[in-house]
Design a protein around this ligand. Structure first.
Ligand code: SF4
Length: 463
């Protein structure tokens, strides 16, 4: 076997033409910018059987991933997928909520801005491979929990809050801009990032900026970047015409695993494989059923989901089919509240079989998985499945499973559990939350209130 080019090393972005080596072979990512048909997804699944090991991921950001490729089969998959004439994303990742333009509750349609940003960014080279711009017009499904280097959030019909780094809540506010100034400002920021080298990320521009919150603020910066540069006009959110307080305090994203009513009588239903990974045959069966029901389009979306678009009747029928066939098709499914990476044996870095532990946790901890937090189950401290802090995380170590509260996978654990005792440990933690929960309190708040010391005592079975 020849040495892998640098694009195939761990940490690189596993794009279609530059797959990444994992525990079960090369992994190629297929990123789409528009909906495709159920027949096209079924064809991608058939290609995964032909060229890979027949396992298909839907990533947390809504990308398709084909696993188990070889150095010979990966370029063949690349050619076959390109031959399908799919709406593949090329260049900078500029992401919108999956219902953009179809959702009456949207504050603003983000798609024109997205196209303009994609076009303008074509000439910018040297950006970090995973650089991501999110343009979120609000609405039923938000991208608030996805990390973004640059994030634009609609706060009025023609006004956008620009944030840098992190998820929406933890990002830093750069400015609030009139729409006419957004593209130039984003280009300024991207060029600045490119000039800092291909490891620079949005957070590197945040020095001195305030953390995002809903309170009005006066833009002041000590970041070295002038927020008034390039003729950028600032708008104090409290002074914006046509901006109601509710626009600046919209709730974070709802689950995609719902039946959603869209404009023009259209419906969408979110369906996903457990922990983001499915056998190609199972996805083909789901796509065949969707086509049989007259559903003509679908989009892979965040939270490892597939959004199918059709009539209410067709979407309900597909949801029933998905339920009967082991897919997640409801926001109350405890599995939808667990973020688990591929783990062992699919990933070389993993020390635990994350999907096994997550499946057991969905049973052992179902009563505390109320949607207020994601239980993070990770094969190593890199934490691919949930880079943000979690109320509770389980992380594989060389000889045990570490437990982390209110932190990232790499943060200080409050306790350790042997592999064999993991389920029982989770049960003890769930029992503690169940007995301590106050009326009206959700699990995330209860876990935070209980605190690490008492969680550690419960995890180890101490009285
Ligand atoms: S977090 Fe999981 S998928 Fe990512 S490198 Fe670690 S074990 Fe592998």
């Amino acid at each position: 076997m020849t040495a892998l080019p640098s694009t195939l090393q761990r940490g690189a972005c596993p794009a279609l033409s530059a797959p990444m080596m994992t525990g079960d072979g090369l992994l190629a990512r297929i990123s789409l910018i528009e909906a495709i048909s159920p027949g096209q997804l079924a064809e991608i699944c058939r290609l995964s059987l032909k060229h890979g090991n027949g396992m298909v991921d839907i990533s947390a950001r809504g990308n398709l991933q084909v696993r188990g490729l070889s150095e010979i089969s990966a370029p063949r998959l690349d050619a076959d997928v390109r031959g399908m004439d799919l709406p593949l994303r090329e260049g900078l990742a500029v992401e919108v909520p999956p219902l953009a333009g179809m959702d009456d509750s949207e504050i603003a349609d983000p798609r024109p801005l997205v196209e303009a940003i994609r076009d303008a960014a074509r000439g910018i080279t040297g950006l970090a491979p995973k650089m991501a711009v999110v343009v979120d017009g609000g609405g039923l499904l938000r991208l608030s929990d996805l990390l973004a280097d640059i994030r634009l959030v609609a706060v009025g019909k023609h006004d956008w809050k620009l944030l840098l780094g992190g998820a929406e809540q933890s990002a830093r506010i750069f400015n609030v801009l009139r729409e006419t100034l957004v593209v130039d400002t984003v280009m300024d920021l991207l060029k600045r990032l490119a000039s800092l080298g291909n490891k620079a990320r949005g957070r590197d521009l945040t020095s001195g900026l305030a953390v995002n919150d809903t309170a009005p603020h006066t833009p002041t910066s000590s970041s070295g970047l002038s927020r008034g540069s390039a003729g950028v006009a600032t708008v104090d959110p409290s002074q914006m015409l046509g901006t109601s307080p509710s626009m600046t305090t919209r709730n974070a994203a709802a689950s995609p695993f719902e039946l959603l009513t869209l404009s023009d009588g259209l419906h969408a239903v979110g369906i996903g494989p457990a922990f983001g990974q499915a056998k190609a045959e199972h996805l083909i069966a789901l796509c065949d059923e969707a086509a049989r029901l007259g559903i003509q389009s679908l989009k892979p979306a965040f939270d490892h989901s597939l959004l199918f678009f059709g009539t209410g009747v067709a979407c309900r029928a597909l949801r029933d089919f998905a339920n009967d066939n082991g897919f997640i098709a409801s926001a109350t499914d405890p599995r939808s509240h667990i973020a688990a990476c591929s783990g062992s044996p699919a990933c070389n870095s993993a020390t635990i079989a994350t999907h096994e532990i997550a499946a057991a946790a969905a049973v052992e901890c179902a009563d505390i998985l109320d949607g207020s937090f994601k239980l993070h189950v990770t094969g190593c401290p890199k934490g691919c499945a949930h880079p943000q802090p979690a109320a509770l995380a389980l992380c594989g170590t060389a000889d045990s499973v570490s437990l982390i509260a209110q932190g990232k996978a790499a943060d200080q654990p409050f306790a350790f559990s042997s592999f064999a005792d993991t389920n029982a440990t989770l049960r003890r933690l769930a029992d503690l939350v169940g007995s301590e929960r106050r009326p009206g309190e959700n699990s995330a708040a209860c876990l935070a209130r209980i605190g690490s010391d008492r969680l550690a005592a419960a995890a180890t079975g101490r009285p």
